[in-house]
Ligand binder design. Sequence first.
Ligand code: DGL
Length: 213
Amino acid sequence: MMKERPIAMFDSGLGGLTVVRALQEFLPNEDIIYFGDTARVPYGIKSSRTVLKFAEQDCDFLLRFKPKMVIVACNTASALALDELDSKCPVPILGVVKPGAAEAVKQADGGGVAVLATEATVASEAYTKAIQALSPYLPVIQQRCPSLVSLIEEGRSGNDPILRALLKEYLEHVQQLRPAVVLLGCTHYPLVADAIIELMPGSKVVDSARATA
Ligand code: DGL
């Protein structure tokens, strides 16, 4: 592919910058146009109809820049809207769910996978389906982390006591199941990966951002 045209990427907020960071690491010569819909974040608590509408608007906006491809960095939009977007988008479009699921299956090596994601992503079961399409008998559990995105958008890090207390609560059940892999199925979670790694010492922490890049 020629470099002259940029790669366009959107997320519901700043979390997608974790995908930009990973992409810059792997493809340092590419131009990236990033749109973060910070005015309407979070997407993860909205209906699938609203997420689809927002994702279509985000995509249309980015197409003005004549990108050579669009990356849907938002897990929620990838889970709920990718097929629809793909049917209308004039350039190749890539979501984060399939690459993240593939990496989780690879790293799990037959062990279980725990997917941490927003409420909408969990409800869609997109990760479970993508993982089990690759490995039908692999045990998959999903854990919603509803308030994590707001705390991260507020600028709280993995050291923040409120964020840590909340994370501890979300991971309590997951810890007992001892999954081989914890998959960060939300753009924002890599920003607090240090705290997640600490709370899940026996699991490999895989993030969809790097897998997509
Ligand atoms: N970008 C969303 C995701 O990856 C997280 C933030 C939100 O809820 O909008 O699922």
